[in-house]
Ligand binder design. Structure first.
Ligand code: ADP
Ligand code: MG
Length: 361
């Protein structure tokens, strides 16, 4: 359905030097495929998507859609725009139009659909993304997750053959990521062809037929999701997919903003789809912090999560302590049992600056 060969894109820097964003992109995408594009930022993922729908005309190479070279001189851009829809990180809704008007705009304006028909199909698309109730309100009254669902409905209104998503959930509060991803999952089930630039690794692994790992302006690795995540061929891919996510809190005194810490832990757990761990972390902190803070020594708390292995750990590091805080005389056997029942494992070890208590959750 889409065939990209030797695609390049360069920019001329202000000092006259050439900056090659896309170096040599080659790929073929079949109808019904869901491809997640992952990779470090600045490696040309957005530029690649934007060149497929000619928002950023490439420097050289070819892009065939349904057998037609869209880079050929005189190729009608509007024809390609009808086949290829795009959803952006920042929604790009028209703020002066209602939700339904946003969805009806392109079919009326570009496809010259009769108003009543556009209204009917617009409403049915809004129903599909769960927003029929919001048809007559303005986008400013919606949450980020709702705005992005409107943007998806608006894109679907043109009946595209393929949809390009550029980090559709990156601008959202963590609590709203799920509602947008579930709409995309639904489209995947219906067989929509999609290219999705995303940092949501679990989602990418579940939903994609293939993964493109982009690095340094090329598709560095291309393969089925299982292979790319579990058995990557290149070390750069491995380093990327095995990344560890973390949230660190440095507590120097009792004046520390513990409420903010609690919020950040909750957000972290929602973001990485481990909501069940959130309460557990709060509970463990409540149990241990009175002991760990009693001696007035700097305490660092670190929550780490590996998206790939789905393992979460909670570290307490106390500076200037030469023994495990669990050996303190006032730690009761009851508390120790509580800890053991909450964690999969407890490791106690000295560090260069103090002592570390590591809890596997
Ligand atoms: P990604 O989406 O992977 O983070 P991008 O495709 O946005 O990467 O950008 C890749 C590189 O190209 C970045 O270093 C960016 O600064 C550069 N770039 C993107 N657009 C332009 C532009 N219009 N002019 C100059 N440089 C650009
Ligand atoms: Mg980008």
């Amino acid at each position: 359905m889409i065939k990209v060969s030797h695609l390049t894109k360069s920019y001329i820097d202000p000092d006259g030097s050439i900056f090659r964003v896309l170096k040599d992109i080659n790929c073929e995408i079949e109808q019904g495929e869901v491809i997640s594009i992952i990779g470090p930022s600045g490696t040309g993922k957005s530029t690649f998507l934007r060149s497929i729908n000619l928002l950023d005309p490439p420097t050289s190479g070819s892009i065939y859609i349904d057998g037609e070279n869209i880079l050929a001189k005189g190729y009608p851009v509007h024809k390609m725009r009808q086949k290829v829809g795009m959803v952006f990180q920042n929604f790009n809704l028209f703020d002066h139009m209602t939700v339904l008007e946003n969805v009806m705009y392109a079919p009326c304006k570009i496809k010259k659909e009769p108003l009543e028909q556009a209204r009917k199909s617009g409403l049915s698309l809004l129903r599909k993304v769960g927003l029929a109730e919001k048809a007559d309100v303005y986008p400013s009254t919606l949450s980020g997750g709702q705005k992005q669902r409107v943007a998806i409905a608006r894109c679907l209104a043109m009946k595209p053959e393929v949809i390009l998503f550029d980090e559709p959930t990156s601008a959202l509060d963590p609590t709203m990521v799920g509602e947008v991803l579930s709409v995309i999952r639904k489209l995947a089930k219906e067989g929509m062809t999609m290219l999705i630039v995303t940092h949501e690794m679990k989602f990418a692994r579940d939903v994609s037929t293939r993964i493109f790992f982009m690095n340094e302006g090329i598709i560095y690795e291309d393969g089925p999701a299982k292979q790319v995540f579990e058995n990557p061929r290149h070390s750069a891919t491995k380093a990327f997919v095995q990344r560890i996510r973390k949230e660190v809190f440095e507590i120097d005194s009792l004046d520390f903003d513990f409420l903010d810490m609690s919020t950040r832990i909750q957000q972290f757990c929602i973001k990485y789809d481990i909501p069940e761990v959130s309460k557990m972390i709060q509970k463990l902190c409540q149990l241990l912090m009175p002991y760990l803070l009693a001696e007035d020594k700097p305490l660092t708390i670190r929550v780490t999560h590996s998206e790939l292995s789905d393992e979460t750990t909670l570290d307490f590091m106390v500076e200037g302590l030469d023994h495990s805080p669990l050996l303190e005389p006032d730690i009761t056997s009851e508390l120790r049992e509580d800890l053991q029942s909450l964690c999969k494992g407890i490791t106690e070890e000295p560090t260069s600056r103090g002592f570390r208590l590591k809890l596997s959750l």
